[in-house]
Design a protein around this ligand. Structure first.
Ligand code: ZN
Length: 208
C-alpha cells in the first residue's frame, strides 16, 4: 500500500546477505489476480525474499507490499507504517494496547484476518498503481493471525492506518485489488488512469 499522504523517506535494509532484487509489478500483469500459495517452510531463501521486499517497499516509499507485487504468488506481505506520522495506527496484543512502532517492521506469512468494527472511508494508493489514489471503505479494525519470518505464530488486533494497510495487503494475497473495493463513484474517477496503466503494462509484457 502507498499512503496518499506522502510521508516516508525511509530506506532501511534488513541486514541479510540473501537480499533479492525486485521491481514492482504494475496493474495489468496477471500475477496481481493470482491467489498466493500457502508457505510451508520459513527458510533462508524466504528470508532473502522478505528482505528484498522490504528493500523494494522502502525504495518506493510504500508502507506495505505483497508478494504478488514482486511477481511471486505467495501468502506473504510486508508492512511498515512508521514513516507515516499524520495517520494514526493502533495495536492491541492480548487485548492490551501496544506500541505500534516497536511492532514494525511487520512480516505476515499465511495471514488470516477478521475485520471488526465500523466501516470507515479512507484514502489509499498502491505501488502497483503509480500516482493513482482513491477512497476505500473498510472496517476500522482487524484481528490478525499468521506467522512471522522467525516461524513464530502471532495474533493481534490493529486499528487505523495499520488495519487499513493489513486489509489492503491481505486482499493482494487473494488477488483482490483496492480498485475492486472502491464504490462506483470513486472507481469511475480513476477509470481512465487505470485503463491507461493496464494497456501500458500489457504492452510491456508483450515486448518481453
Ligand atoms: Zn497494493
Amino acid at each position: 500500500m502507498k499512503p496518499s499522504v506522502h510521508g516516508l523517506g525511509r530506506n532501511r535494509l534488513l541486514g541479510q546477505n540473501l537480499l533479492m532484487k525486485f521491481t514492482v509489478v504494475h496493474y495489468g500483469d496477471p500475477i496481481l489476480r493470482q491467489r498466493g500459495v500457502r508457505i510451508e517452510s520459513v527458510d533462508e531463501t524466504l528470508r532473502g525474499t522478505i528482505a528484498g521486499m522490504f528493500d523494494t517497499m522502502y525504495q518506493s516509499n510504500g508502507i506495505g507490499l505483497a508478494a504478488q507485487q514482486v511477481g511471486l504468488a505467495l501468502q506473504l506481505a510486508v508492512i511498515d507504517v512508521r514513516g507515516v506520522k499524520d495517520r494514526a495506527s493502533q495495536l492491541w496484543i492480548s487485548g492490551q494496547p501496544a506500541d505500534v512502532d516497536a511492532f514494525m517492521p511487520l512480516v505476515l506469512i499465511n495471514p488470516t484476518i477478521r475485520p471488526v468494527g465500523e466501516a470507515v472511508v479512507g484514502p489509499e494508493g498502491c505501488l502497483s498503481f503509480p500516482e493513482i489514489y482513491g477512497d476505500v471503505c473498510r472496517p476500522a479494525e482487524v484481528e490478525v493471525r499468521g506467522i512471522n519470518d522467525r516461524n513464530e505464530s502471532f495474533e493481534f488486533k490493529a486499528g487505523g492506518l495499520l488495519a487499513r494497510a493489513i486489509q489492503h495487503e491481505v486482499d493482494h494475497l487473494n488477488g483482490v485489488l483496492f480498485i475492486d473495493r472502491m464504490d462506483s463513484k470513486n472507481r469511475s474517477e480513476v477509470r481512465d488512469e487505470v485503463d491507461t496503466l493496464q494497456t501500458a503494462t500489457k504492452k510491456q509484457l508483450k515486448r518481453k
